[in-house]
Design a protein around this ligand. Structure first.
Ligand SMILES: Cc1ncc(COP(=O)(O)O)c(C=O)c1O
Length: 421
């Protein structure tokens, strides 16, 4: 059967599909993998019993109230998503940060991955008036793998290499190289994830303000992917000043708080953008799911979601990352390696300078050893230049249970040593 250009575009092999296939195969015991896998590859949030219990209690309360249950599953919502939830969230953000916004500045999507499909294709690609092709500027690669393939047209991204700050204790930190970026007239929007997947980097307030200044000067929006950020799930270990204004499109998600299965993304933007997202939701889905919006309504309306994030989720991940760092430091003794300073998100970004094999080869060897990680080369969307560094890094999650993380790190160390031998 012949697929259309669009069909071919969206069915080709991608890093994201490889990851999701490998994870699926490992979960259901199929595929080419032998025995149980140590799942350090995916972006699944950790199972946190205290948080799961809160969600179960909320669900039980919804089920007990016929009107709430019907609101959750028995009606189509508006295309922008459940209004009561959007109102409650607008109030929460206003009370918390003083932002001047209403429900008309908020749209829900089918997960934030879907929000990026909508936003990138809305703001970049082939433009009707000028006949030009606009791109999304990623000011700093490595960036999130999920952006790579969402463009309906080709060549959607332009990315720049970061500068590298070398820190003590084998740590390093990427910074935006402002000399290298140019928000030229073929840029439709600037986008950063903060905290960054895959590196755990948190762009400084200064970097965000400068990027906003550049975007505003060129009259394009700054998209901030806040999937791990504040006020929820707050998987972030540095102090940041949350920012929103009409030139910022802030994307949030209910996934990393522990609910990836309910596929709820949140876009916070000026009304013109929200109305466009809402129209595209109507075409693609009629309306978006109300499950997450009804499940979490009380926690958002009361502000309790912020307490849960700060008092349970942040300390949980802080202790997990500290454990993972201890394991890396003891297992990697004698190996040439560096770790990106983990300031947020769920991942350690490991850099093996001058590694004699590519990270893609290391990924395959680790998969054969029963450890699923991600090769770093997937995380450079839009960075065309040759840079050895692209093939020297791995992303591993530390959200899984500590024994799995420790066992995985031990095998990574063995395979890196073997590559050097
Ligand atoms: C930085 C970042 N943005 C967006 C997403 C998409 O999340 P979801 O579609 O589950 O909301 C992820 C998922 O891993 C992510 O890491």
């Amino acid at each position: 059967m012949e697929f259309s250009k669009f069909g071919k575009r969206f069915t080709r092999h991608t890093g994201a599909s490889e990851l999701m296939d490998d994870m699926g195969a490992a979960m259901d015991g199929s595929g080419s993998m032998i025995g149980p896998m140590l799942m350090l590859g995916g972006g699944n949030p950790a199972r946190i019993p205290a948080v799961e219990q809160i969600f179960k209690d909320q669900l039980a309360a919804v089920i007990d109230q016929p009107d709430e249950f019907s609101r959750m599953v028995g009606n189509y919502s508006r295309p922008a998503g459940e209004g009561r939830f959007r109102r409650a969230l607008a109030r929460l953000l206003h009370n918390q940060y003083g932002w001047d916004l209403s429900e008309n500045n908020i749209a829900l999507t089918s997960g934030s991955q879907n929000a990026f499909f909508i936003l990138f294709n809305l703001l970049a690609g082939d433009m009707e008036r000028t006949g030009t092709h606009k791109q999304i500027l990623l000011p700093m690669a490595p960036e999130y793998i999920g952006y790579c393939d969402v463009g309906v047209s080709e060549n959607m991204f332009h990315a720049s290499r970061p500068t590298i700050e070398y820190l003590d204790h084998r740590l390093f930190k990427y910074h935006v190289d402002f000399d290298a970026i140019d928000v030229s007239e073929n840029i439709g929007a600037v986008c950063v994830s903060r905290p960054t997947n895959p590196t755990g980097n948190v762009l400084t307030d200064d970097e965000i303000n400068k990027l906003l200044g550049l975007a505003e000067a060129s009259d394009v929006p700054l998209i901030i992917d806040n999937a791990y950020g504040t006020p929820f799930p707050h998987i972030i270990f540095t102090e940041v000043k949350p920012l929103w204004n009409e030139n910022i499109i802030l994307c949030m998600s209910l996934s990393k708080i522990g609910l990836p299965g309910i596929r709820t993304g949140i876009v916070i933007a000026r009304e013109e953008i929200i109305s466009a997202v809402s129209s595209m939701n109507a075409v693609m889905h009629l309306s978006v799911s109300s499950v997450g919006a009804v499940l979490l309504h009380k926690l958002v309306a009361s502000g309790e979601i912020i307490n849960i994030s700060h008092n349970i989720i942040t300390p949980f991940y802080r202790s997990r990352v500290e454990h993972a760092l201890v394991c890396v430091r003891s297992e990697f003794e004698g190996i040439e390696y560096r770790i990106h300073v983990p300031e947020g998100a769920l991942f350690l970004w490991l850099w093996f300078p001058d590694l004699p094999i590519t990270s893609a080869e290391l990924y395959s060897r680790l998969k054969r050893r029963g450890v699923l990680v991600l090769s770093g080369h997937h995380f450079f969307p839009g960075l065309k230049e040759d840079w050895r560094h692209k093939n020297e890094c791995l992303r591993m999650t530390y959200s899984q249970d500590p024994a799995t993380v420790a066992a995985g790190i031990r095998i990574i160390a063995e395979e890196v040593r073997r590559a050097w031998d």
